[in-house]
Design a protein around this ligand. Structure first.
Ligand code: SF4
Length: 229
């Protein structure tokens, strides 16, 4: 199990829920704008026992756990961790990049997640996706993950970071066409803090550009929110 980070309480990672955040190290993608570059490589070695102990002790105010990354569905210990969190009667959200549909299918099928958030970063074709992800991606995997979630009872949402130079209004509209019928989307403002390399000095789009994207998104998606502005 590669636990690389633990935040005891956060109100930002699951809207309306007092949550803890468990981050698993390691990711198959190399997004140039990643704001957790330290979690791309495997290497988390935190012991889960004290984390679960803390949750147990503070269960009266902690409603939920968010399991994030890196990419948590790469970690073989994920099922066990989710099972332990469910035993503690927490609501559980899993954040994923959607590249491992079989794992997602198992998690959703076993009702180990009460919510799934998929980071979708580009239109769902190999060329666009690979450019955004900084490595080769078979976009059919992301499509399959989305199909699994559409066919499941688990609530899910799409999160898209509006990265300058990576997401344009035109590419965003193409992406929306691929996501047509999705119930919930978060349009996330890019935050250069924490990004590595040239992206650390990239200037986020002005707020009106994100608001315009949100208005466009409402033509395809039921519930659209803008976050981080
Ligand atoms: S999928 Fe997420 S964790 Fe992985 S490189 Fe991209 S932004 Fe970073």
């Amino acid at each position: 199990m590669g636990v690389a980070g633990f935040v005891k309480t956060t109100l930002q990672d699951w809207e309306g829920k007092s949550s803890c955040l468990i981050s698993l190290g390691g990711c198959n993608l190399r997004c140039p704008y990643c704001n957790r570059p330290g979690l791309m490589e495997r290497g988390g070695d935190m012991d889960t026992a004290p984390i679960l102990g803390y949750i147990k002790e503070n269960r009266d105010f902690l409603e939920a756990a968010v399991v994030s990354g890196g990419e948590p569905t790469m970690d073989e210990g994920l099922y066990r961790l989710l099972g332990e969190l469910k035993k503690l009667k927490l609501k559980v959200k899993v954040d994923t990049n959607g590249c491992f549909p079989d794992v997602l299918d198992d998690i959703v099928g076993a009702r180990l997640a009460d919510k799934v958030c998929v980071n979708v970063m580009a239109p769902l074709d190999d060329a666009s996706y690979s450019r955004a992800a900084g490595t080769e991606v078979d976009a059919r995997l992301i499509r399959r993950s989305l199909d699994i979630l559409r066919g499941s009872e688990a609530p899910y949402e799409i999160r898209t970071v509006i990265v300058p130079g990576v997401v344009t209004h035109e590419s965003f509209v193409r992406m929306l066409k691929d996501l047509d019928g999705t119930r919930s989307m978060v349009i996330q403002q890019f935050d250069p803090r924490g990004a590595a390399g040239p992206m650390a000095s990239a200037v986020p789009y002005p707020v009106p550009a994100l608001v315009r994207m949100a208005e466009t998104a409402k033509g395809y998606i039921e519930r659209v929110r803008v976050r981080g502005v």
